[in-house]
Write a protein that binds this ligand. Structure first.
Ligand SMILES: [Cu+2]
Length: 172
């Protein structure tokens, strides 16, 4: 009788456990349910992300401007450091002296602009918006500003950031 009683208790415990397990399952299902109602938000965010990430390289159709990258006794600088281009133009950054240099855009708040500039930066980039290291004198790196929304975009040279090697491009 004791055995039987224990068996009953055990099976009751199992049943109880089963019952207990079902409840969390239902709860987690219920917890998942509110998420789909939040799906529109997630979807719109997801819809925005591909739109930004979907930017493809847009070749320049206008003028190619030149910006020299200089490192000498006078310091490290882009020349000109402040340049205005039209949408569709390009800038060719040229390693003149004191390299390696690179061009890295930063603090771009407009997602579409950020994605387009990044897409327009070819080659073995150091990272998002950060162009490849130009090791050799006269080595150039061209960034197209086609499809880049009008605005002001800051850039710097990663190796010489501490030396204040930076510039601004205004796209009209
Ligand atoms: Cu530099």
């Amino acid at each position: 009788m004791r055995f039987y009683g224990i068996a009953l208790l055990a099976s009751a415990a199992v049943l109880g456990a089963c019952g207990g397990e079902k409840t969390p399952a239902t709860d987690s299902a219920a917890a998942v349910t509110p998420a789909p109602s939040a799906t529109p938000t997630t979807d719109s965010a997801a819809a925005m992300a591909p739109a930004a990430g979907a930017a493809t390289a847009a070749p320049a159709t206008g003028t190619t401007h030149e910006v020299k990258m200089i490192g000498d006794a006078s310091g490290y600088k882009f020349e000109p450091a402040n340049i205005t281009v039209k949408q569709g133009d390009a800038i060719k950054f040229i390693n003149v002296s004191g390299g390696p240099h690179n061009v890295a855009f930063h603090d771009i708040t407009d997602a579409a602009a950020k994605a387009q500039i990044d897409a327009n930066m070819p080659g073995a980039k150091l990272g998002e918006l950060s162009g490849p290291m130009l090791m050799q004198p006269n080595e150039g790196y061209t960034v197209s500003f086609a499809k880049v929304p009008p605005g002001t975009y800051n850039f710097n040279c990663m190796p010489h950031l501490a030396m204040n090697m930076k510039g601004v491009v205004t796209v009209q």
